[in-house]
Design a protein around this ligand. Structure first.
Ligand SMILES: C[S@@+](CC[C@H](N)C(=O)[O-])C[C@H]1O[C@@H](n2cnc3c(N)ncnc32)[C@H](O)[C@@H]1O
Length: 209
């Protein structure tokens, strides 16, 4: 088992949902343009709150995470919500190309990756969207270390808008950024994230080929 899986299995082992069961605010606002039946990939899905919300909107959701404990809790949440999620336990370090392409949306909420993996994953992301598909991202910026209300303590896992923008453009797929901003906002998500926070939000659309 990878160190990532071990760490997150430990964090998720209580019955309580560490980030709660309600979806992330930025995700809730940005998926509104997607049509029912849209194919959505959520990476670093964790305990399933975002995947279940997406499935409830009528989307076909594939979730990926290294944590099998996260998967088990996500599937319980899906069952009690009357929806289905295709949840795959995998570490992105072991390769992500097998996730395929033509996604209507790829979602990354608080999935903080180390630099090399981050560069590889975001270079791949635009080409894995169908034309018109969107990438929805929220993560913490280095300023979050001053707030201390959640997120990684290692500054190397935090990023600024221009970093992720550069990494997304590296694949040379035509995209436009509808939102690309560092912001400060109140985040209330279970016991894991609680209080004023410094975040980075991205809504990026793949343009027609
Ligand atoms: C802060 S949690 C966020 C969970 C979820 N997105 C949410 O907002 O509730 C980060 C998640 O990313 C997952 N993760 C981190 N690195 C990963 C990797 N290399 N491969 C797969 N999952 C990873 C962790 O297992 C964890 O569940």
């Amino acid at each position: 088992m990878s160190k990532t899986a071990e760490m997150w299995n430990e964090k998720y082992k209580a019955d309580e949902y560490y980030y709660g069961t309600k979806p992330n605010d930025f995700l809730r606002l940005t998926v509104q343009g997607l049509k029912p039946g849209a194919r959505v990939l959520s990476v670093g899905e964790g305990e399933g709150r975002n995947a279940v919300f997406l499935a409830k909107q009528g989307f076909k959701v594939t979730a990926v995470d290294a944590s099998s404990v996260g998967r088990d809790k996500a599937l319980l949440l899906a069952k009690s919500s009357g929806v289905e999620v295709d949840y795959r336990v995998m570490d992105l370090n072991d390769g992500f190309e097998s996730l395929g392409g033509d996604w209507d949306a790829i979602v990354s909420i608080w999935c903080h990756l180390p630099l090399t993996l981050r560069q590889e994953f975001y270079k791949w992301t635009p080409g894995a969207l169908r034309a018109g598909g969107v990438f929805i991202f929220e993560g913490y910026t280095p300023k979050q270390l001053e707030f201390g209300t959640g997120g990684p303590k290692d500054v190397a896992l935090l990023c600024e808008p221009q970093d992720v923008r550069r990494e997304l453009l590296a694949g040379q797929t035509a995209v436009e950024f509808e939102v690309l901003q560092a912001t400060e906002r109140e985040v209330q998500e279970g016991t894991g994230h609680s209080g004023p926070s410094a975040t980075l939000q991205i809504l990026m659309r793949r343009l027609a080929r």
